[in-house]
Design a protein around this ligand. Structure first.
Ligand SMILES: [Zn+2]
Length: 273
């Protein structure tokens, strides 16, 4: 519900900002608009991936559509890079051919951005202490409100000084903020795509855990990777020259792996040597 409201408000804000950015010749407002557009796309991608995540598996797609969440993250990161390039292009264009900004509507629309983003942040604020994801959403919304505040201040400054370069300057700052977050997102998406060990899991610690199972002398081909943005898998070969595992052992190991390392699916193969 909150996500639906968030998406809807962001769409309204983005359309208003885009329209006025062009009418009032404000690249700073344009960059704020493109940032919000990125947020809308991110929310929509996350939402549709969430729906695909619950789809049934089939004979052909035996994992279901879990990896679509990874594709969504990758797509979102690439879109953000594209918008950064566009902002930089428009900001340089404005420096070369300055067009006087119509400050009053820019201040008004950017102010609306502050109100919408900070009230959305308050919607999430109550739970931010308990949930890491909610905390991230809260911080992001607060940063968005600050970005809009930057646009308001820039427009006010241009109104009093008439210095048009301030507009491009603020657009460059916003573009770099988007660039930093999209770089992080891209690295995360690439890690997921390349089946890297998830950030919150230490391979060495998991190996140590598996090695302390009675009878295990060595571990071969230990792999830990993300099946989706929310699910982790493990495969490993346990070398047990003198003993073997029974059903209750497997169950206990799988429970431990889930409890201590957040690994949801594990496949273990026991070998004599
Ligand atoms: Zn944002």
């Amino acid at each position: 519900m909150r996500f639906a409201v968030s998406i809807l408000l962001n769409i309204v804000l983005t359309v208003l900002q885009l329209t006025y950015a062009y009418q009032a010749h404000a690249v700073s407002l344009l960059s704020d608009a493109l940032h919000n557009l990125g947020d809308v796309l991110g929310l929509l991608l996350a939402w549709s991936a969430q729906i695909l995540l619950t789809r049934q598996t089939s004979e052909r797609y035996s994992y279901g559509y879990k990896k679509s969440t990874i594709l969504a993250t990758l797509g979102n990161a690439l879109l953000l890079f594209f918008s950064v390039g566009f902002i930089i292009y428009e900001a340089i264009e404005k420096l070369l051919h300055p067009h006087p900004m119509d400050e009053i509507p820019v201040i008004f629309i950017a102010f609306l951005g502050i109100i919408i983003n900070s009230s959305m942040a308050l919607l999430f604020a109550r739970e931010k202490k308990t949930d890491v994801n909610i905390k991230a959403v809260f911080l992001h919304l607060m940063l968005d409100a600050l970005t809009s505040l930057g646009v308001v201040l820039a427009a006010a400054l241009i109104y009093y000084t008439g210095q048009q370069w301030i507009d491009s300057c603020v657009a460059f700052i916003i573009a770099s903020i988007i660039l930093i977050s999209s770089w992080r997102l891209l690295r995360h998406a690439l890690d997921l795509s390349l089946a890297a060990v998830p950030h919150d899991i230490n391979l060495a610690t998991v190996r140590t855990y598996l090695l302390q199972i009675p009878g295990v002398t060595a571990i071969k081909n230990l792999h830990i990777w993300s099946l989706s943005t929310q699910e982790t898998a493990l495969t490993a070969q346990l070398v047990m020259p003198q003993s073997f595992l029974i059903n209750s052992d497997y169950q206990r190991i799988q429970e431990d792996l889930l409890k201590y390392y957040n690994i949801h699916t594990s496949t273990l193969q026991v070998e004599q040597e």
